[in-house]
Design a binder for this molecule. Sequence first.
Ligand code: GDD
Ligand code: MN
Length: 367
Amino acid sequence: MILETIALTLAAIHFGVPLAYYWYAKSRWLPKPWEIRTDPKYLPKVSIIIPTYMGAKWIAQRLDNIYDQDYPRDKIEIIVIDSNSPDGTAEIAKKWIADHGDINTKLINEPVRRGKLSAVLEGLKYVSPLSEIIVFTDDDCLWSKDALRNVVKYFADPVIGAVTGSIKYLDDNGSENEYRMYYNMVRIAESKWWSTPIANGPLLAIRKCIIDKLGLPIFPGADDSAFASYIAFAGYRAIQVDDAWVYEPKVNAQLVRMIRRAIHLTNYFLKLKRYAKKQHVYKKAPFDHIWFIESFLHLANPWILATSALLLVLGATMCSLISVTFLALGIGLLIASREFRMWIKNQAILLVAHLLSFSRRKNVWRR
Ligand code: GDD
Ligand code: MN
């Protein structure tokens, strides 16, 4: 009986905490006004950094999409960093630049490929000193026409340090996007309260003077979230907004890729706060509460589920009726509910990632 009680309590914590958090975020934070002083007339100079590797298929349409943004073209600087892609990405970018003389675009060639973060850091060296906002993006996404303007307007308020867009998948029959919208909701709700710990690489804008002052943390694979949260730890707000949309090609959920991403996120949740303290940038802010709960959800909660499941299996081998009933219920839910399957899969990926992050070697993102 003790065994079953522990198992069911753990299960209640595992499912109850995120459900309560999502419910609370949706009902309490999401409806709140932003309480940010926005200014549509604030149109500073921005630098857009696009790291690209094997991006021949996308780079021209990516640049077209930026060219077509509803933002004064003479206030935009684009910096493309190619790491010697063998597919001719640089040649396509070069031709595009020659054809579009009315927008300031630089092409930087990194002779050896060292990963996205390294390319981004290289690109930063070429940013004009007149730029006020640095915008990071990927080569394979598209922004809504008003994305840049909408993201920038929040920076009129000096408390805003980082702004990220919301993501939708292209060519999706609806199911992935449904899941995506759920996350967008939570991130936007967290942002309305104060800041969110997850930022989206396809559109992340950061106030340049903060980078000049604080530098950037080096967390490959979780670089986007690490940049934004580092700034949130420094006392600024890092927000995801609901009026700047990014369209990403549908991520085919390759297991290896998902695990690699989870390993990076694990490392990020384990180390970033300590790193911010070590760098003496950390200030106490409401962000701490959000960081705490998201760290719990990413680091501890999967183990609570695993322990509960193990105890139930143990109970079942001891012919406990309660254990057998709840195990059967779990299996039934796995068969019947896509959401439940997705949830359990994500928990399993996090568990594998935790175990693998102990034996981690350096690795460059594969395309
Ligand atoms: N120059 C250069 N060199 N660019 C690179 C390299 C490299 O070695 N490796 C990747 N990139 C570029 C890609 O060309 C793309 O523009 C961007 O980095 C992201 O790479 P993708 O291959 O599109 O990866 P993803 O869609 O899985 O990445 C997403 O998640 C990452 C981790 O959170 C994006 O949101 C990334 O921005 C994010 O960092
Ligand atoms: Mn991508």
